[in-house]
Structures are given as C-alpha cells and as structure tokens.
Design a protein around this ligand. Structure first.
Ligand code: NAI
Ligand code: MG
Length: 812
C-alpha cells in the first residue's frame, strides 16, 4: 500500500478543463463588444478598450470607455428611478433582491467561467467561493430589505449611490456593493474595474431579466477617469469604493465638504500569527488559503506570517514542502491551485517588490517547478530573514508573496502585528482559546480569524481599521452605510431655529428672535449675575489645568457686548500635548469596564447637578438665551450624561449566524483618540452630547469647545476633576476652532475627528483627514441638541465605535 506522500510523488495530474462554451456563446451573442447598461438598456458602444484573459494574454472582448456624458446619463437614470424604487414596500424590494439571488444561482456556471476567463482566477475558486457568496449576499440582503422598516426605524435610503470596485473579486465586490444599497432603497451607478468588467455586464443582463426596474442599477465601464467622474458628480449622494489606499485618499479629498457619504475598503498587510502550540499542519493549509488564494490578490491576504520562534523552522519546512506541490496553471483547469495574475502591470509590480526584498537582504524561496510561460503567471514565493521595517514587510504586494518574521512572546506578536498603518484582518493560530481571545481584541483590525482565515459571509461585517478604510460591508453594520436619518419634509428643522451659520457671538439673540420654545418672559429676563473675572484661564490637558503654550487669552463677551470672562488661546503645541495625554490614557480607559465608565459618567452628572445654577448663569451670560433656557440646557446635559452612563454597559455587540460550525463575534470597539470639535451653539450640552458617547464606549478625547462661548467648558474642568475621570481621558483646548480642528485633523495619532460647524470647516477637516485616513464625522447640518432624538443615542454610539468581527470555529 502506498502512503499519501508516495501518491503525491508518483501520480501525475491530467488536465480537467471546465468548458468555456457557454461563456464564449454569451460573448458571441454580444459580438464581444459592449456599451454601458444605463436606464435598463445597452448604450451604443463608444470608444472601446480591450478586455484581456490574463492566462492567455489575448483579448476576449471590448468594452466602452465611460465618458462624463455617460456618467451623467447613468446618474440621471438612477435619479429618475429613485422615487419609485425608494417608494416600494420593503417586501417588494425584498422580492427583487430575492430574484437577483435566484438569477445569479441560475447562471452560476456561466458567471464562474466568465470570471475565471476575465480575471485569471481559478474556476475552483469562482465556482466554490465567489459565485456562491454572491448569491448568498443577495439572499441575505433580501432579508434586510424585508425587515427595513422594523429594523431601521427613522432611517431612509441616501439616494443615488456611486460604487467603484476593483478587479480581484469582480462579481463578489459588485454584490457587496449592490445588495445592501438596493435593500436600503438606493439606486446605483457602478463601475467595474477596467481589467474585469465582464461579469458586471453579464449581471446587468441577469438583473434586467429578473425585472429590476430600469435605472435602478446602471453599469458604466471605464478606467480611473470614469471613476473620478462618478466621484465628482454633484447628484451622487454616496460613494462606496474598494481598491487601493492611494485612490481611496484621492476620493476622500475629492468628496471633502461635498456632503457625500463615503465608505472605503482599502488595502491591507494582514498578519497571520502562529503560536507554538498551534496545529502546524492546519497552519500550513491556512497559509495556503491566506496568501495563495486568488494568487494573493486579496485585500485581507495573510501576507505577513508571524511565527513564534520555537516552531519557525519546523513550520517553514512544512510550508516549503507544501509549496513544492502547489499547481499553477490554466484557470479553467479544475485541478489547479493558482491561476494567473490579473494584468502585466500587476505582474511587474510584484516582480519589482520581490526584487526589492532581495536587494534589502531578505532570503527568497520559490518552488523548483516553472510557471506556464503564456499569460501572466507568478509562482508562490516565500521570504525569510525579513526586517519588520523593510519594504516587503510594510507594502501591500498584492501577489502570491509571503513574508515571514518571528517573535518570542505574545506581547511581541501583537506589537509586530500592529506594526503597519493598515488594519483590515488578522489570523490567530493557537490551540489555547484563552490566548486567542486575549490576542484578538489587541489587534487593530476589522476582522480576526481564530484558527482559520479568509472566511467571509454576508451576515458578518467586513472592513478595516486605520488606513484600511472605514465603513463595513455585510450584516446589519453594513446596512448603515446606505441609510441616513430620515428627515421629515426635507431638512429636519430645529425647533428653536438655531443655525450654524451667521454671527455666532449673536447666537443668543438670533435664537431669541426666531425662538418659539423659550417663553417670552424667560427671554426678557436679564442674564443671571455671573462671577467676577478673577480666574486665570487655562487649558485642561492630561488631567491638569495648564497655561496655554503661547500665553495668550481672548476676551469673551456676552450678547450685549459686556465682558463675561477670558479663555486661553490654545495652539498647535497645546493640541499636540493633548493628543499625547489622550494616547497615554487610551489603553487603560479602553479596557476599563462599561460599568466603570458608566459610574464615572453618572458621577460627572451628579457633580454638574450640584453646580447647576452656576453653569446656567454662565450660559445665560455668554449667550443671552435667558435663564430658563439656560437651565433647560443644564438639565438636558445632566440627562444626557445619564443616557451615556446607561449605555456604557449596554452597547452590546452581536453574535452573527454565519454558515460555519462556529460563530462570528461582532465586538463594538472604541476608535481610540477622538478629536471632538463642538458646535458653537449650546456650549455645555453640545459638548456633553459628544464627549458622553465617546467616553461611554472607551475613547479618549481632545475637545475644542464652542469658540464664541467657551467658558462652560473651562468651568467644566473642576467638575471633571472631582468626578474620578482619569487624567487624559478628556482634554480641553479652547481657542480658534477651525485652526485647532485642522491640527487635529492632520495629526497622525488622532484616529477620528468629529466636527460640528460650518461647511468650509467640514471640507477642511475631511481634506486634512486623508493623511492617515482617519474617520470623520463632520457636518454643517442643523441639529437641535435639546431634542434627544437628534442629540443622543445609537447614531452617536456608532460613530464612536468600530466593529471587529472575531470568527471562532468550533470542533476539533
Ligand atoms: P485602483 O485602486 O486604482 O483601482 C480600483 C478601482 O478604482 C478601479 O475600478 C479603478 O478604475 C478605479 N479608480 C482608479 N482611479 C480612480 C480615481 N481617481 N477615481 C475613482 N476611481 C478610480 O487599484 P489598481 O490600480 O487596480 O491596483 C493597484 C494596487 O491597489 C494593487 O496592487 C493593490 O495593492 C491595490 N488594490 C487593492 C484592492 C483591495 O481590494 N484592497 C483591490 C485592487 C487593488
Ligand atoms: Mg481581464
């Protein structure tokens, strides 16, 4: 009897080709030339470019380069279809999504073959992974469509959505984009990647046949310029992008200040961490899946193998043996492990980076066999002796190239894992569940796979931390990306007519003029007597009241021009010190219990309440809003602190039902250090409404209070000091709002910036945020902070957190 090892050595593989007949016939039906799919019909082909099969390097079709005019036509078709689509009952939309799922299933083999021909990926993967997941995605989202009204109360579709996708999972990325957008009631213009447009065009035909109304889905082909035209189109309400971090940055900047909602799924350099008690044979198969799946052209590829020292040599020996037996060849051969690289430019990129790795002193190893010479193939490649700071350890190679590094202790493994600006995914391999679940929260990544890798499902959100982008795709968390707070009859009016525009210092008067709420008697009352100006104004940094760096103060006047007090003029250096303090506090605050954080929030409320009259007096003096209104603001602030005291131990994650034996645990994690730039109005309540949710969920903050009325914030220091708030959790820097906000937005150690102010400021913050792709929540829209529906709740908690999905399979 021969052993498996002997069989592997003696048996030759024969070819097992999948037929391309049906795909060729479909191409033939279109005479291999395509226009765009706009408004439910094919446009006349325009300027054409070749679609190439990477495994033969031959053109298999030609598609149209989308012009600005094409994009215009598609956007107006989408806009035209929007009211009717949005107006359908949830059940009607659910039926449409269900029909799409069925349509994909009915044509699954055609789509699988077409995808393999266009992208170069193996039929084994398109048939068993890509296309089934596509169908699953539409099925799952048919469910969200059905449940929309009951599960997303108070939210509605955003409008016309522009979606730009990459070439590595052409149809899968299409489904990740289209399914949630449609379920939520949006209409779509989607651009597939220039290398791989065919499955999207085939899908358009399937959607057409499934009865999707004209204009609801529009597919426009083209290169980056076509994508840019979608991004810049004024009638597009949201952009969803998957692709390179470089283009993600361009899109962040291009949409800054436009009010377009944005989600970005970008690159990664994901760690694959192996501890010495791991089952090494499973690990080897895991590595194959992690880095040689789809030729390594996977945003969440486990491209950095981090191995505990004691088992490194043994694992690498097993790995080399396995690599020797991988098969690279025709994507339509059912027995190959790896197909072709998508295009010559990508092949060149991989070659260049590998050369650089060798030049920088790492050791490169490839199996002894040779790749096919026709087409764009690259062998599986292993690097050892890699320095953590070297190019190949830092840069996304996006090819079948694995770099290996070793570590000694779990602590070191976490440091090494997080030594990247990215944060998309991670794999953790150990037989010790305690260790796995200790490590998972410490890794900065949106997905962590325990003893597994590259698991995806429509029920579980996918998306990154840090420079891997923001927003989630899949599950309930992904639906939020395609919804916005419903506005009754256009923009929701604030009940007392306060605006973020105009003369801030006169806000009290303006509010009085247009106010309907505060009683006339209240507004006629003179400001409450305020304390004499005898305080030395300071900033609040690292738990201490500190003098501003440059030693300047500004005078703060009341509505009648009377001097109310002074506040320090913070500068760049003060912000930097505050960021440092916030960072120092972040670790222990984020790990403190919800109960603990809740206690502190209640305690702040208690201490504020004890000084309620003083705060009301200060607010009235600064804003002239009248003592009744000022007292309401203080009361609302206390209530709001209670709200977040309540939420601190109740903002639960979820356990997703994914189709594996196991669970995906969705944890709401703090974002980290948040810059909080407060609205000018409601100087106390506006600040507490933002600091409350940030603290409740475990973030630390640098707060820039209301510029015209900062004294409620400076008075607040002593409340913080007596409420057991750890040093550095709340830092307050007063001064010129937009100047300070810019420093925060540009700061690489700030993970998110919230900004409530003018449109120009929003634009500035969004532009500056692109440097480290920090999350922004920036808005110029009016908000009535007194109204709990607008001023508190889950919307705020969502902004303060990011979801990490930890996949934990069961069984031996
Ligand atoms: P890319 O980011 O340029 O392309 C992705 C999509 O964006 C394509 O549809 C493209 O036409 C479009 N696009 C390009 N420029 C645009 C612009 N200015 N405005 C709007 N849309 C634009 O990625 P590319 O050039 O194909 O690959 C380069 C590298 O990017 C890869 O080597 C890889 O490292 C990374 N990448 C990462 C992906 C991921 O899933 N994370 C997917 C594809 C590429
Ligand atoms: Mg192609």
């Amino acid at each position: 009897m021969s052993t498996v090892a002997e069989i592997f050595q003696t048996m030759e593989y024969g070819p097992a080709p999948e037929s391309d007949k049906e795909a060729v016939a479909w191409l033939g039906k279109h005479e291999r030339v395509f226009g765009h799919y706009i408004g439910g019909a094919w446009t006349e082909p325009g300027q054409l470019f070749d679609v190439v099969n990477p495994s033969t390097s031959r053109a298999i079709a030609r598609v149209t380069e989308g012009t600005k005019r094409d994009v215009d036509a598609a956007v107006s078709a989408a806009a035209g279809a929007l009211p009717a689509w949005k107006g359908l009952t949830p059940h009607a939309r659910a039926r449409h999504l269900y029909a799409l799922a069925r349509g994909v299933q009915k044509h699954s083999r055609l789509l699988a073959v077409l995808e393999a021909m266009d992208n170069g990926k193996s039929i084994r993967e398109t048939r068993d992974i890509d296309i089934p997941l596509v169908a699953r995605h539409f099925h799952h989202h048919a469910g969200w469509a059905q449940l929309l009204d009951s599960e997303f109360v108070g939210y509605e579709a955003i409008g016309v959505v522009g979606q730009i996708i990459p070439w590595n999972f052409p149809l899968l990325m299409l489904s990740w984009k289209i399914a949630p957008a449609l379920a939520a009631g949006n209409t779509i213009i989607l651009k597939p990647a220039e290398f791989t447009p065919l499955s999207a065009l085939c899908f358009a035909e399937i959607a057409d046949a499934a009865g999707i109304p004209p204009g609801v889905i529009n597919i426009v082909t083209g290169h980056g310029e076509t994508g840019a035209a979608i991004v810049e189109h004024p009638d597009v309400d949201k952009i969803a992008f998957t692709g390179s971090t470089e283009v993600g940055r361009i899109i962040r900047r291009a949409t800054a200040g436009s009010g377009k909602k944005l989600s970005l799924e970008l690159g990664g350099k994901s760690p694959f961490i192996v501890y010495e008690d791991a089952d090494l044979d499973s690990v080897v198969e895991g590595v194959v899946d992690a880095i040689w799946f789809n030729q390594g052209q996977v945003c969440c590829a486990g491209s950095r193998l981090l191995v505990q020292e004691g088992v490194a040599e043994r694992l690498l020996a097993k790995l080399r043996a396995r690599m020797e037996r991988l098969r690279v060849g025709s994507p339509l051969d059912k027995a190959v492990d790896m197909g072709a690289i998508v295009a010559p430019v990508q092949l060149e990129r991989i070659r260049g980076l590998v050369r650089q790795g060798v030049d920088e002193g790492a050791t490169m190893w490839q199996p002894s066999w040779a790749c096919p010479t026709e087409g764009y193939f690259y062998p599986p490649t292993l690097f050892t002796d890699v320095q953590p700071s070297s190019t190949i350890a830092q840069v996304e190679i996006f090819g079948p190239v694995l770099v290996t590094m070793t570590f000694r202790t779990p602590e070191e493994s976490v440091a090494l894992a997080n030594n990247t600006p990215y944060g998309l995914a991670a794999s953790v391999w150990t037989e010790n569940i305690n260790l796995a679940l200790d490590i998972a929260p410490k890794i900065k990544a949106g997905v962590v796979w325990v003893n597994s890798t590259n698991l995806f499902d429509a029920a579980s959100g996918f998306g990154g931390y840090r420079e891997s982008g923001f927003g989630r795709e899949g599950g309930r968390e992904g639906m939020w990306e395609y919804l916005r707070r419903a506005v009754a009859g256009g923009r929701r009016a604030t009940d007392d007519g306060r605006r973020t525009t105009g003369d801030h210092v006169m806000r009290g008067n303006a509010a009085r003029r247009s106010s309907s709420r505060p009683s006339p008697a209240a507004s006629r009352q003179p400001p409450v007597a305020h304390p004499p100006i005898d305080r030395t104004p300071k900033l609040f940094i690292g738990g201490k009241q500190t003098r501003p760096d440059q030693g300047y103060t500004r005078r703060i006047y009341g509505p009648g021009g009377e001097l109310v007090g002074e506040s320090p003029e913070g500068n760049r250096k003060d912000i930097r010190n505050a960021v440092e303090a916030a960072h120092a506090a972040a670790k222990s605050w984020s790990r403190s219990t919800g109960h603990n954080r809740g206690q502190i929030l209640y305690y702040i409320a208690e201490n504020l309440s004890a000084r309620g009259e003083e705060f009301a007096g200060r607010i009235a003096a600064m804003t002239g809003c009248g003592s009744r209104q000022a007292a309401r603001e203080v009361d609302a602030s206390i209530s709001r602190l209670f709200t977040y005291g309540a939420w601190a131990d109740k903002y639960d994650g979820a356990v997703h039902s994914v189709p594996i034996r196991g669970v995906a645990i969705a944890m709401n994690e703090p974002i980290g250090v948040i810059g909080v730039v407060c609205a000018n109005e409601y100087p106390l309540l506006g600040m507490i409404s933002l600091v409350g949710p940030a603290l409740a969920t475990g973030n630390t903050t640098i707060v820039i209070p209301s510029e015209p009325h900062p004294l409620a914030a400076t008075d607040f220091y002593s409340v913080l000091e007596t409420s057991d708030v750890p040093s550095g959790v709340v830092n307050i820097v007063t001064g010129a709002k937009d100047g300070l906000a810019k420093v925060l937005a540009e700061h690489d150690d700030v993970e998110a910036v919230w900004y409530f102010g003018e449109r120009e400021g929003v634009k500035m913050v969004e532009l500056a945020s692109a440097s480290n792709m920090k999350r922004t929540w920036a808005t110029w829209h009016e908000r009535d902070w007194l109204d709990p529906e607008q001023g508190e709740g889950r919307e705020f908690l969502r902004a303060a957190t990011q979801v990490k999905n930890v996949w934990v399979p069961y069984g031996e």
